[in-house]
Design a protein. Structure first.
Length: 575
């Protein structure tokens, strides 16, 4: 039943109310809206749909379902699309420089669309890695009533009687390059054809599924909405409900910054660590916090990681994929055992209007499922992701330890300027057990773009050397990376950080138990080397990547490109 809305404090009054807005209304009539439709709140339904990769191909269907829910709840949906750069396609070549950059551009384009058309609320539907934090950053920046919806994960492929994901294909490339008898060209071709059977984002606890869990834990998504795979049309029910819920938020004026408090960010980081999630979360959580005035840097993220047990047995460190996690009860089941152990804050709100504590009253921990361990009986006592600091990384670094047996590594540096040089050396087996491979000038500024290194790490793993070498970089790793791989080393080489001063043969010492990463050089040694150091001139002197390099800040603060909350002079929602 339609109600009468008071639009006197809603942004859309600027395009719908009064005689002066007759030209604006004429456009809405041209698109088939009625007078009653124009008098209702306008809800932006933002989708990252494209045909770049299966991560995004189911998003338009779900955006349409969101619109149905908005209409059912007496709102007027306005659908629009933004970009996505999909990491699986961008990986291993120059295209990966566009990936992290796209996160901020997604936030910017959603902001511009919302501002330009004065929409009152936002439902964001996203599928691939950077699109999830980018959409949530826009919500926190605009602070209009908002609901996030993950497009869902891909179903596992089946190969020789076992579940496989795209990670298996990347690692098979390494095995093939090493001349493995178990992975000849015919077998590699057969694997690539079945690893990704349809719509959805990568199936392990890689970056997309990690940030989907974050969206629920931080309160911006409906609980359990991330659980079902993308191809399942049952997901459309969550989409419709997201549309209905956003209208409740408009009625109650409940906004993202009231939901995403400091405690909510801590809950999100806890869920990342408890699931052995992607190290990229340590980049995206600070960037999201930057939008809403919450201080939550890499240091704060790592402090939460340190005290969190690892309890979800998920790939790449474990045995199960996102579909299995959802069937085991997903984030609510995980939150239930974490709340029982007094690890998460139950008072934090969700978009349902209820606190997590209230919502979880109806959830009982399922002792029969195999994916999520009780918090009191974890896989390991500490989280699946660890922060590192020391003479090699004064601003910090990050490593995923889920699935690692050995947490210390000391070895000689093999230094490479850029991923291509390292990948070539790995392909040709021009490295030895005990080496610490160093890939530098891949940071936010130095790349530019802070590329992921999955092609290289997967090749190492495919050659059977994943536990015999370490790899460090001022760039990033895919959530699918496994092995002793340390990313986000800061300050980055382009800024004169210690990683830019290393030479072949330097001894590097890593201790993921103590949280340290050092090089066996004195401060005087480093200072002496810095006298002869100069930043590199990248091949990107114009365009978006050059602009990003000029604007971007350090990784430990989220690699953000604007002043954020600190520079805010008005809130869009109150215009």
């Amino acid at each position: 039943m339609s109600k009468t809305w008071d639009k006197s404090k809603l942004p859309s009054r600027h395009v719908t109310e009064g005689p002066a807005r007759a030209p604006h209304r004429s456009y809405y009539y041209a698109m088939g809206l009625s007078t009653k439709d124009i008098q209702k709140p306008f809800v932006g339904v933002a989708s990252c749909w494209n045909e770049a990769a299966p991560c995004n191909t189911a998003l338009m269907r779900q955006a349409h379902a969101v619109s149905e829910g908005v209409k059912e709840a007496d709102g007027t949906p306005r659908e629009f699309c933004t970009i996505t750069v999909t990491d699986g396609i961008a990986m291993g070549h120059e295209g990966m420089r566009s990936s992290l950059v796209s996160r901020d551009w997604i936030a910017d384009t959603v902001e511009l669309t919302m501002r330009g058309h004065s929409y009152d609320a936002l439902v964001g539907v996203a599928g691939c890695d950077k699109s999830l934090p980018g959409m949530m950053m826009a919500m926190l920046r605009l602070n209009v009533p908002s609901v996030f919806l993950y497009g869902g994960s891909i179903m596992p492929g089946s190969f020789e009687g076992r579940d496989v994901t795209v990670l298996d294909v990347f690692e098979a490339v390494g095995a093939h390059a090493a001349g493995s008898n178990d992975m000849d060209s015919d077998k590699l071709r057969a694997l690539e054809k079945v690893a990704c059977p349809g719509d959805g984002a990568c199936g392990g606890q890689f970056t997309a599924n990690t940030m989907a869990c974050v969206s629920e834990a931080i309160g911006l998504a409906l609980p359990l909405s991330s659980a079902m795979p993308a191809p399942w049309t049952d997901r459309d029910g969550y989409a419709r409900e997201s549309g209905r819920v956003v209208m409740d938020l408009v009625s109650n004026n409940l906004r993202p910054r009231e939901i995403c408090t400091r405690e909510a960010f801590e809950n999100a980081a806890i869920v990342v660590a408890a699931t052995g999630g992607s190290t990229n979360a340590a980049l995206h959580l600070p960037a999201m916090a930057h939008e809403c005035g919450v201080e939550f840097t890499l240091r704060h993220v790592a402090e939460v990681f340190e005290r969190t047990p690892y309890i979800a047995d998920l790939k790449p460190g474990g045995n199960y994929v996102a579909k299995d996690f959802g069937e085991a009860g997903g984030v609510p089941m995980l939150m239930r055992t974490l709340m029982d152990a007094k690890i998460v804050n139950p008072d934090c709100l969700t978009v349902t209007g209820k606190s997590w504590g209230d919502y979880l009253e109806g959830v009982t921990f399922d002792e029969t499922q195999k994916v999520i361990y009780p918090a009191g009986k974890p896989i390991t006592q500490n989280g699946g992701v660890v922060g590192l600091w020391g003479s090699l990384a004064p601003d910090g670094a990050i490593v995923k330890v889920a699935g690692l047996e050995k947490l210390q590594f000391t070895g000689k540096a093999r230094v490479f300027d850029g991923e291509e040089a390292c990948f070539e050396a790995v392909t040709n087996r021009e490295y030895e057990a005990g080496d610490v491979l160093v890939i530098r000038y891949e940071g936010p500024k130095g790349g530019p773009g802070m590329r992921e290194m999955l092609s290289t790490t997967a090749a190492i793993y495919g050659q059977g050397m994943g536990d015999k070498v370490a790899l460090i970089t001022d760039g990033r790793f895919s959530g699918a990376t496994r092995g002793f791989c340390i990313g986000h080393v800061g300050p980055e080489a382009q800024e004169g950080g210690p990683i830019g001063l290393l030479e072949d043969g330097d001894i590097i010492m890593i201790d993921a138990e103590k949280g340290t990463i050092d090089v066996r050089l004195t401060p005087a040694d480093l200072e002496d080397r810095k006298r002869n150091w100069k930043p590199r001139v990248t091949k990107y002197g114009n365009g978006t990547l050059a602009k990003f390099a000029k604007l971007v800040g350090p990784a430990h603060l989220g690699a953000v490109t604007h002043e954020g909350f600190a520079g805010e002079r008005h809130v869009y929602a109150d215009i």
